[in-house]
Design a protein around this ligand. Structure first.
Ligand code: 5RP
Length: 227
């Protein structure tokens, strides 16, 4: 019988649990694999961790399960951080597009000794394909400026919209999100450097040299990818 995607994510979370030291400070991003991990942490006997998270959903789930959640602004070091992503490649470059919380995810990942991506094998590719846009979180006032700079870099920018604020999606930090599609990316590092350099951009959803490991789970088992 084929293993379901649900079970694969669960196995991935179980393997992740095994590398968390007792009494550590851990970062937890968002998504279904992280939700499994929260349940495993709760069930483990005599095991206590403190959590920082960029995600309101994860924070609520942690609190519902009795986990200790710290204020990120009071934390300067994280032992291990776990996160999902939309795609990760052999160099551990990753793209996160969905949630719009990438600036905080990257901050917590950067505070951590190890930033570990938990993915099922469908998200692993030899090199990022950019089928999905790179997301920029930006200052509202920088919208037109960032749009024109992104077009100069060959990107196709579209503001993310919802009913929230004048038709625009607003992040938890009160900023806007711009989805930028690229047809071809020859140099991921250079693209990230160029996007980061645009004044008004807080951060991008392209994670270059942030993840230190990825745990890739598939129907035939688990594989660790190291930096
Ligand atoms: C969104 C993300 C999420 O972390 C990711 O999609 C979660 O994936 P899963 O539910 O498979 O654990 O990066 O951009």
């Amino acid at each position: 019988m084929e293993t379901s995607a649900f079970d694969i994510k669960k196995e991935c979370a179980k393997e992740a649990l095994a590398v968390i030291p007792n009494h550590s400070i851990i970062g937890l991003g968002g998504g279904s694999t992280i939700s499994h991990l929260i349940h495993f942490i709760k069930e483990k006997d005599n095991f206590e961790v403190q959590v920082v998270t960029p995600s309101m959903q994860t924070k609520l789930l942690c609190l519902e399960n009795g986990l200790d959640v710290l204020h990120t602004e009071c934390v300067d070091h994280v032992d291990l951080a776990f996160d999902g992503c939309d795609q990760v490649d052999a160099q551990l470059c990753a793209l996160k597009s969905g949630g719009g919380i990438h600036s905080l995810e990257k901050l917590i990942g950067s505070m951590a000794d190890e930033y570990i991506l938990l993915v099922d094998e469908s998200k692993y590719v030899p090199a990022l394909t950019f089928d999905q846009p790179v997301v920029l979180e930006l200052l509202t006032e920088a919208m037109a400026y960032v749009r024109s700079r992104v077009e100069q870099l060959g990107g196709r920018p579209v503001m993310r919209r919802s009913a929230a604020k004048d038709g625009f999606t607003v992040t938890d930090n009160g900023h806007l999100l711009m989805d930028v599609s690229f047809d071809q990316v020859h140099d991921i590092r250079q693209l990230e450097t160029n996007l980061q350099a645009i004044r008004g951009v807080l951060d991008t959803s392209l994670f270059v040299d942030v993840a230190t490991k990825a745990l890739i789970a598939g129907s035939s088992g688990m594989k660790w990818l190291n930096k």
